[in-house]
Write a protein that binds this ligand. Sequence first.
Ligand code: PHE
Length: 337
Amino acid sequence: MNLEDLKTLTASATAEIQSADSADTLEALRVAYLGRKGKLPEIMASLKEVAPEDRPAFGQGANRFKVAVSEALETRKAALGTTAAPAGALDVTRPGDAPPLGGNHPIRQIIARVTEVFDRIGFTVATGPDIDTVFNNFDALNTPADHPSRDPQDTFYLEDGTLMRCHTSPVQVRYMLNNPPPVRIIAPGRAYRRDTPDATHSANFHQVEGLYVAENVSMADLKGDLTYFAREILGPGVKTRFRPHFFPFTEPSVEVDFTCHVCKGKGCRVCKNSGWIEIAGAGMVDPHVFNAVGYDPEAVTGYAFGMGLERIAMILLEIDDIRRLYDNDVRFLRQFA
Ligand code: PHE
């Protein structure tokens, strides 16, 4: 090593120290330059190879190296000390990490809303299992032995003879078997059918069942309560329409339509130009059902209804395809959270 090398080394060492970004790097540099096995002892050792007449200058150069490196280390250490906390220290000024928050699924939101609306007129929530008996799902609901909905083409049967309930109506049966009248319940939950999935069908969907049984319950109660529900959910301008229909467990039976939320009844693509959207099946509880659960059809009357919750979610949230509700695409779900 000659004097020129020594000057170059001094310059590069101090530059390197000035750009050190942590106390650890700084300490490693101190060891590399000034440590017992570092550059400085190496420089001192090379002194004896320098020509005698050049030794004083080289000696001064070696001293400048030592002073410059020491000063650079001190300066850098002070600078790092004011800008960065020592490793492992708690930085109380650091902004907190916001954990990502989940949200309720649209179906959960609709269930909450429907529950709240019916709660205000005295309905409580009842539940039943997704797997139920043929008795609860069909027999007690006065469904004839040859009714097409009993076909394994339409309903999922399990090996032990039970089934995946194809509507929430078995909850009516369960509730009446276990509670005397009067009854005022809604039962939100899943239902299963052998449907080929498309934009409006799913083999696993949700319904909310309603059941009101007491003395002198009439069709007027059904109309009044479902119209109240329609207005609470879709707004005060909504009209309802009750069309004659057939269900084994209600007599008379109706299908219930609400005026289309998009065109307000004028007719548009969403309602296929009819101005109406079908929302529910309903009717007066058939006396055969009361007999099956041990209620006296001479003493009480009642109404029941069942409606699809996906249908309501799709209307309220303007969702065009039922399958989006089950894809669990967070980009989609986040819009409703
Ligand atoms: N269970 C019927 C269905 O799934 C709906 C319904 C419920 C109809 C209660 C009348 C009374 O289509």
